[in-house]
Design a protein around this ligand. Structure first.
Ligand code: HEM
Length: 172
């Protein structure tokens, strides 16, 4: 039961939210993101960049230290719990310069939007494939797609476990 629930929620809510957020990002910056999504050589990197930028599954990444270690000057002792912000890691300017900029050619493969280690997301290959197919197909089949409301009126899920949009009104 628990595994089925996890697969349904982890597998649906995440990808669905990445689709709407990614489309919003593309409609906000069509000059850079549309050509990147249309190009099969650039598309995978553009999808990685959207995953990094939004880091939608930021909550709940907890670990227990198995041995003493030093993290950014702080000692973590064996047995201590650690809560990790994937969003903060993915917006670390030491790793991703100008992290608030969505640069489809950044080459952001080192991001941790799918977590890290043995328990990193089991569905990440499926998620990447789904997103590449959805963005490319949507933009190709609905070339006139655009926002139907001002950007600031798009309701965001600030209050949910997984970040996303409640709705994305569009017209074409
Ligand atoms: C954009 C889409 C997705 C994002 C951003 C995402 C993100 C994550 C993150 C951050 C974790 C925790 C990793 C960790 O603790 O290190 C996770 C775990 C997990 N994800 Fe995803 N996920 C996505 C899509 C999917 C899909 C499509 C599936 C299944 C079809 C899935 C199934 C799971 C499962 C079962 C786990 C638990 C793995 C474990 O604890 O060993 N996820 N995901």
């Amino acid at each position: 039961m628990s595994l089925a629930f996890l697969l349904l929620v982890a597998g649906h809510e995440t990808t669905a939210n990445m689709i709407s957020l990614g489309v919003l990002a593309i409609l906000r910056d069509p000059g850079r993101l549309r050509p990147a999504m249309a190009d099969p050589d650039r598309r995978p990197a553009a999808v990685e960049e959207l995953l990094r930028y939004f880091s939608i599954a930021d909550l709940g990444t907890g670990r227990v230290a198995l041995s003493d270690g030093l993290v950014a000057g702080t000692t973590v002792r064996a047995g201590e719990g650690v809560l990790i912000s994937l969003l903060a890691a993915n917006h670390d300017p030491a790793v991703f310069p100008a992290p608030g900029d969505i640069d489809p050619d950044r080459g952001s493969q080192r991001h941790v939007a799918f977590g890290y280690g043995p328990h990193q997301c089991v569905g990440q290959s499926l998620a990447r494939t789904e997103l590449e197919i959805v963005y490319e197909t949507l933009l190709r089949r609905v070339p006139g797609l655009r926002l139907a409301v001002p950007e600031e009126k798009v309701p965001v899920k600030d209050d949910a476990m997984v970040y996303g949009l409640y709705e994305l009104p569009v017209k074409w």
